[in-house]
Ligand binder design. Structure first.
Ligand code: CU
Length: 297
């Protein structure tokens, strides 16, 4: 239970306070219940007393819970306010979620499948999704925010300790939701600046397939995942189902292009129509590069 963001302590405080009062109330109430059960059992008290109006008691049981609930509200609100106030100098990173992978894009255009951040500097996140609702969840930072198609959500954090922290998707988004994993790597600010400054150029080869999220569903080693493996795909003769009718095709450039734009026009036999159209998410150069990579595999 060791938070690693500047505000994780505030979240923990609210959580521990609510958990603590709940446990105390549970023990206290159960104790009083058992005591009353024994103390006022029928054999000892054959004639129950009729008690009416006890101003002291009634005031107490109204005022005390109200104060408790207000303190809970205060802790929750104080933490929430900090999470919603994005510092002006925060470094923006765009989080792109899709079935079933994450891509992080920096201001200078650099893209990464892991979220590399400088320790001790605020990072603001613009959260997007190209298909269904996902949820960006970094437990160590006490940070969770939805990625929605058609809008941009915002969040921020400041990592206070170097280290690697898990990223999960916290909104069920289909078959490989549980494999939608990545890492925040919090590194010293100087190292980060170096990393960000190194121009690795546009992603190439299989790295391109990873950045574009294809490998969430397609492998490059011949094994079957959600979709057929890219290995040996090019030039293969296979059966696809078009409008419910099976037919034979050869995988060529034309066909790959069509698969990217209209994945559900021809469904490869034995697979489900689970591929979201990728055409709008790729530039012409990227499509050409992807076709070249598939050819090589
Ligand atoms: Cu997801």
């Amino acid at each position: 239970m060791n938070g690693a963001s500047s505000y994780s302590g505030l979240v923990d405080r609210a959580f521990i306070f609510i958990l603590g009062t709940s446990v105390l109330l549970l023990i206290g109430l159960t104790g009083v219940m058992i005591y009353f059960l024994v103390r006022y059992r029928r054999s000892k008290n054959p004639n129950p007393a009729q008690i009416k109006d006890n101003v002291t008691l009634e005031t107490l049981w109204t005022v005390l819970p109200t104060i408790l609930v207000l303190v809970m509200f205060y802790y929750g609100w104080a933490g929430f306010k900090v999470m919603r106030d994005i510092p002006e100098d925060a470094m923006p990173v765009t989080v792109k979620a899709q079935m079933w992978s994450w891509v992080f894009e920096y201001e200078n255009g650099k893209q990464s499948t892991e979220l590399i951040v400088p320790t001790g500097r605020p990072v603001s996140l613009n959260l997007e999704s190209s298909d269904v609702i996902h949820s960006f969840f970094v437990p160590a930072f006490r940070l969770k925010e939805d990625c929605m198609p058609g809008r941009t959500n915002h969040a921020w954090f400041e990592s206070i300790r170097d280290g690697d922290y898990n990223i999960f998707c916290a909104e069920y988004c289909g078959e490989r939701h549980s494999a939608m994993l990545s890492m925040v790597r919090s590194i010293p600010a100087k190292e980060f600046d170096e990393w960000l400054g190194v121009d690795t150029g546009p992603p190439e080869g299989t790295q391109l397939l990873a950045i574009k999220g294809c490998v969430a569903c397609h492998t490059i080693d011949g094994s079957k995942l959600i979709g057929p493996s890219f290995k040996g795909m090019f030039g293969r003769t296979e059966t696809v189902v078009t409008d419910g009718v099976p037919r034979q095709i050869v995988v060529d450039e034309q066909y790959i292009r069509k698969s990217i734009f209209e994945p559900n026009a021809d469904i490869v036999e034995g697979y489900q129509p689970l591929m979201p159209a990728q055409g709008d998410l790729l530039t012409e150069e990227e499509i050409e590069a992807i076709i070249e990579v598939i050819k090589e595999l």
